[in-house]
Design a protein around this ligand. Structure first.
Ligand code: NDP
Length: 491
């Protein structure tokens, strides 16, 4: 026994410093066996008569039966939203703001319940749902509550009016947060909403209906229809929807754009990305390693703006990659409900298959793979945090969105080369720049074709800051004053 251990003999020193399990209790969440559709402030059984089971990706446990909305169901939801539009849009803006403040406050009060459910249904670590998704979702409602009665200041010398009924389709990577990004500005601007959550993660949107009732939001202002892509497609083609807001894959985004062409409906698309995270040789390397890890392993890499292409200046390449690999060995992969977990479960079998296929292509094309030693749970969907070195720009892993915990490392010599490589992508959503020099950050920011550029940080979000892309990453902005504009028309 060492000297220190002997002196503290009444409180034994553990021989092993690994983390003990720290599970978050799921007792706070009360699930229904079966959920209907939330239409006109009521729960209704789907006319389609169809339902599906939603599961927990950590162990494939069935959680609840969820309704599959059909054409008739979507039509009822749109009708409810249209009926509510008249009075909601004429309400005093300060009253609309009060409802939004109420929703924000209730979300903050019920944050733990929502965080547990988000991690259970989506697979993301509880520390992320608790510290990122929930505070940001509440913040979006607080922020847009503030704009509701200030539209004339937001758009001076123009008369802003709501567009009408907004159809909103959201993905599975940030289920509640994407709901907040879409619902808060739409309501602040005086619109009513029909929202379709993703098939694999409907539960927090369904729990949100309870918040709407608690806030006494007038019936029909927000309607939630669950289901797979067919329900989304019905919403897109419904004649009485005035605006579509979509976040998801570029492929579906393009299909929606084709469908809406010539209809006069407003559209915003927030699609995929293949962001470059550029590290210059004067960057604080340990800080940069944390930024790289946060950039790609946050939310299992299921992030449209993930820093999935690491561009490292050649002179620091070996040192940086060594530090990065060492850091990877300390990431804890496992139960999303454990408070110590850094990387949770992959959202679905389908997404896991896609990640595996792209990783196999990387190996076949000649990249060098590194995965830290890591024991994965036996049940559920898991993927070890992965780094590829020796990546050529033409490889699929350097071109395509993997949407998983997989990083491709490339090198550059000069700032010009960094810009050229960073911009060598059909996407244009986000980028990161790591350097000590402010002038270089500005020089890079002028040249990178990306909607969001982070300097010496990554994956930072704020409701006041607009977010959105160029090229195949879509168009339109969410967040900030810009985020109101797609929900308004100007006479
Ligand atoms: P999708 O684009 O298919 O899903 C996004 C949303 O659109 C879901 O609610 C989905 O329903 C719905 N949807 C699907 N088809 C249609 C349609 N024809 N008309 C209207 N709505 C539709 O993305 P996936 O979930 O299939 O993911 C595939 C890939 O997309 C990922 O691997 C990733 O690369 C990328 N992705 C990008 C996201 C981003 O934030 N930019 C988010 C999610 C995925 P349902 O849930 O039933 O499919």
């Amino acid at each position: 026994m060492s000297e220190v251990e002997r002196r503290q003999d009444r409180s034994p020193v553990p021989a092993d410093w690994t983390y003990a399990p720290a599970p978050e209790s799921r007792d706070i969440v009360r699930l229904e066996e079966r959920y209907g559709l939330f239409v006109g402030g009521e729960w209704i059984a789907p006319k389609s008569g169809e339902a599906f089971t939603t599961i927990a990706p950590r162990d494939e446990e069935p959680l609840a039966e969820v309704a599959q909305a059909g054409e008739e169901d979507v039509a009822l939801a749109v009708e409810a939203a249209r009926d509510a539009f008249g009075s909601w849009s004429k309400l005093a803006p300060t009253t609309r703001a009060k409802y939004l403040f109420r929703i924000a406050r209730i979300l903050a009060e019920r944050a733990r319940e929502f965080a547990v459910l988000e991690s259970l249904n989506g697979g993301k670590p509880i520390k992320e749902s608790r510290d990122v998704d929930l505070p940001l979702a509440a913040a979006h409602f607080f922020y847009y509550a503030g704009w509701a009665d200030k539209l004339e200041y937001a758009f001076p010398n123009r008369t802003a009016k709501p567009v009408g009924v907004a159809g909103q389709i959201i993905p599975w990577n940030f289920p509640l947060l994407m709901l907040a990004w879409k619902v808060a500005p739409a309501l602040a601007a005086g619109n009513t909403v029909v929202l379709k959550p993703a098939e694999t993660t409907p539960l927090t949107a369904l729990l949100f209906c309870d918040v709407l009732r608690q806030a006494e939001l007038p019936p029909g202002v927000v309607n939630i229809v669950t289901g797979d892509g067919r329900a989304g497609a019905e919403l897109v083609k419904h004649e009485d929807v005035d605006k579509i807001a979509f976040t998801g894959s570029t492929e579906v985004g393009k299909a929606i754009q084709r469908e809406l062409a010539g209809t006069g409906k407003k559209l915003t698309l927030e699609l995929g990305g293949k962001a470059a995270n550029v590290i210059f040789d004067d960057a604080p390397l340990d800080q940069a390693v944390e930024g790289i890890v946060n950039g790609i392993y946050f939310n299992q890499g299921h992030v449209c703006c993930a820093g999935s292409r690491l561009l490292v200046q050649e002179s620091i390449y070996e040192q940086l990659v060594e530090k990065l690999k060492r850091r990877l060995t300390t990431l804890r992969v496992g139960d999303p409900l454990d408070k110590n977990t850094d990387v949770g479960a992959i959202n679905s079998q389908q997404q896991l298959d896609k990640i595996r296929e792209l990783v196999a292509s990387g190996e076949e094309e000649g990249a060098e793979i590194y995965q830290p030693p890591c024991r994965l749970p036996e049940k559920g969907y898991w993927f070890v945090p992965t780094v590829f070195t020796n990546v050529a720009q033409s490889y699929r892993i350097a071109q395509e969105e993997i949407f998983g915990p997989v990083l491709s490392v490339l090198t550059f010599r000069t700032p010009d080369e960094a810009v050229e490589k960073a911009n060598n992508t059909p996407y244009g959503l986000s980028a990161g720049v790591w350097t000590e020099k402010g002038s270089r950050i500005l020089w890079m920011a002028e040249r990178l074709r990306a909607g969001v550029i982070w300097a010496n940080t990554f994956n930072r979000f704020d409701p006041a800051s607009p977010f959105g892309g160029y090229q195949e990453s879509g168009f339109g902005r969410e967040g900030g004053r810009h985020g109101l504009e797609p929900y308004l028309r100007f006479d």
